[in-house]
Design a protein around this ligand. Structure first.
Ligand SMILES: [Fe+2]
Length: 416
């Protein structure tokens, strides 16, 4: 099969070079030019990213931010096909500011920033996508954005990526060689001036160069007046096919729901998000995909972040049981806990960098309100770290890797 015939590259508001064939669909494929003229480097500096996000099957977006308001060429290779596109840009006067000059991390400075997008669709199953941004420093990377359902995959879950350990946790995550990086929210923390969006992106940069990146929203994305709109929404809007702050996507054998636990809507089983999740899970299971649910704030914990109110827990658990979900990821708690409830693994890992604390703090309160609930917790570890999920040979293997690179919890279950 000629893969070029299925490759269709587009930029949403910038005219493509005519030699690339414009935006013809798979019904009217036009071959791409093998060797367009070499792109000239633009004098611009990337301030955040780049990162690749799945929008739909075979469709991704490459996004990054620069200080300069200038469109940038990007060279794309999909397997053996080379193309050059120019970014669609959007410039915002960002008021958000955080950090301080002498901090060990880089400040978030106010000012004008330009966001760049390239949409790449028609990516063949199993293809490797390589990208190279034609600016100073030539940021480049590659990922596998559209694996086949039968392909082995490695997924990393990381959350609460704050000072002081986010850089070392990210370095451990890189050793997993993940295909897909899931961020569970709380990208930075406005109670500490050492936590900035700029430093978070810098710490994750090596991972973003080699993975697909999908994110959930956390409570700390609401810390500042303009932080939600000017940082989280501006940077991460439009994941999957959703315009909401929740989305789902298929990655090879898995279908992952990245939910919004912060809006309140998810607590209502008849609310828009739960209804959407219900239908997304139904469709995934009907396609034979492994359903996975992820969101920021956990429904089970014996730490100070336990919940007396079980409405969110009840909504999620009912969905998980009904659709055969076997693993639910959350963050928020600075450490690692794993509960098993009706055979469902509730993995809580917000150990992505922020200072840890006592994971037993609410033990007595939980037991007093709901006797026996502490027995559901299988593992607790007050350490930094992240979680590796591997799908291979008909099984899902899950490992928790702590800050020393040690595997301290492992479990597996069949995919069927
Ligand atoms: Fe949180």
């Amino acid at each position: 099969m000629n893969r070029r015939a299925f490759l269709h590259l587009s930029a949403s508001s910038v005219a493509l070079p005519s030699a690339l064939g414009g935006c013809g669909g798979a019904e009217d494929p036009k071959p791409l030019v093998e060797s367009p003229p070499e792109a000239e480097l633009v004098e611009a500096t990337v301030s955040k990213g780049p990162w690749v996000t799945i929008l739909g099957p075979g469709t991704v977006r490459l996004r990054f931010e620069t200080f300069e308001d200038v469109a940038v060429p990007v060279v794309i290779h999909v397997d053996d096909t080379r193309s050059e596109l120019v970014t669609t840009t959007s410039t915002t006067n960002v008021a958000w500011a955080w950090g301080y000059e002498d901090a060990p991390t880089e400040e978030d400075l106010p000012g004008e920033y330009t966001l760049h997008d390239i949409i790449i669709d028609g990516i063949p199953t199993g293809a490797t996508l390589e990208w190279e941004v034609q600016v100073t420093g030539l940021p480049a990377g590659s990922c596998r954005p559209n694996p086949a359902p039968s392909d082995p995959i490695t997924v990393c879950w990381i959350a609460d990526t704050m000072y002081p350990k986010s850089e070392s946790v990210a370095a451990n995550a890189l050793l997993m060689a993940p295909d897909l990086l899931l961020h569970g929210g709380d990208f930075q923390y406005s109670s500490s001036p050492t936590d900035t969006w700029t430093s978070m992106f810098a710490n994750l940069a090596p991972l973003l160069r080699s993975t697909v990146f999908q994110v959930c929203i956390g409570n700390h994305e609401f810390d500042g007046d303009v932080e939600t709109s000017q940082m989280y929404d501006r940077l991460f809007s439009g994941q999957g096919s959703s315009d909401e702050r929740w989305h789902a996507f298929t990655y090879g054998p898995v279908h992952i729901l990245m939910l919004d636990s912060e809006s309140g809507d998810l607590t209502d089983p008849a609310g828009a998000q739960a209804a959407w999740a219900d239908s997304a899970l139904s469709a995934a299971v009907a396609e034979g995909l492994i359903p996975i649910i992820a969101f920021h704030r956990p429904t089970y914990s014996l730490s100070k972040h336990w919940r007396s109110d079980t409405t969110l827990r009840d909504t999620i658990h009912e969905l998980a049981v009904r659709h055969g979900v076997q693993i639910v990821f959350s963050g928020h708690v600075h450490g690692y806990e794993r509960f098993v409830v009706d055979g469902i693994h509730y993995v809580v890992d917000g150990g992505g960098g922020a200072l840890t604390y006592d994971l037993e703090e609410a033990f007595e309160e939980v037991e007093e309100l709901r006797p026996g609930e502490s027995d559901l917790r299988q593992v607790a570890e007050r350490t930094h770290g992240c979680v590796e999920l591997i799908v291979d040979a008909g099984s899902v293997f899950v490992n928790r890797i702590n800050e020393d690179g040690e595997t301290t919890d492992s479990f597996s279950f069949p995919t069927g």
